[in-house]
Design a protein around this ligand. Structure first.
Ligand code: TYD
Length: 199
């Protein structure tokens, strides 16, 4: 089953508005590019386990065990949802992907090389976008909804890792600090121009 569609991932800190932006982008590209929205952790068996048993628990699993669960969820997501959609020629817009593991589990102390190794089965996205909002700003937005992964120090470390991939050209940065519609327009134009580079 070969890949025919386009695979895009959208990354960002919790509270950066990446989910809103990924959904808006999918709506805009739905008719023209047959776009679908999906997210990680996924709604498969492993993703459901992660959501129910890891994200909001005070007693966390060891970070390496979490990283392995996210990697397992990714394989399930790719095999059951992403590859079939791409094979039908759909555009898959994925809210969080391997860069979330690198940024979050990497910021928790794991080696980026090891995280890459356990994710070596993961399909390479055609391109990835990082919606950049400062850690201070996202924390203000997160006053109500707080998961265990959200403190200023962790957010700063997470952003630093994302920025390494921006500097390497693996992620394309969009300024997420502007009003929602401005960010949505910037994201849409950037994706349209990046699509011209995808063969
Ligand atoms: P999030 O996108 O905030 O989900 P929701 O919309 O359900 O709130 O993701 C939940 C958390 O999972 C977030 O804090 C980041 C974390 N996460 C990782 O630590 N590693 C990963 O590989 C992924 C996909 C997510």
């Amino acid at each position: 089953m070969g890949k025919k569609g386009v695979f895009i991932c959208i990354e960002g800190l919790d509270g950066s508005g990446k989910t809103t932006q990924a959904v808006l982008l999918t709506e805009r590209l739905y008719k023209s590019h047959n776009a679908i929205y999906t997210a990680e952790p996924s709604h498969g068996k492993t993703g459901t386990f992660i959501r129910e048993c890891c994200l909001y628990e005070k007693k966390r699993l060891p970070t390496a065990a979490e990283a392995l669960l996210f990697a397992a969820d990714r394989i399930e997501h790719i095999e059951n949802e992403i590859k079939p959609a791409l094979a039908e020629g759909k555009m898959v817009i994925c809210d969080r992907y391997i860069y979330s593991s690198l940024a979050y589990q990497g910021s928790a102390g794991l080696s980026l090389d090891w995280i890459k190794t356990i994710n070596s089965h993961a399909l390479q996205p055609d391109f990835g976008i990082f919606i950049d909002v400062s850690p201070e700003r996202v924390l203000e937005r997160l006053q109500r909804k707080k998961s265990v992964m959200e403190t200023l120090e962790t957010q700063q470390k997470v952003r630093e890792i994302y920025m390494k991939f921006v500097e390497k050209g693996e992620l394309i940065k969009i300024d997420g600090g502007k009003p929602k519609d401005v960010v949505a327009d910037a994201l849409y134009s950037k994706v349209l121009s990046l699509l011209k580079t995808v063969t």
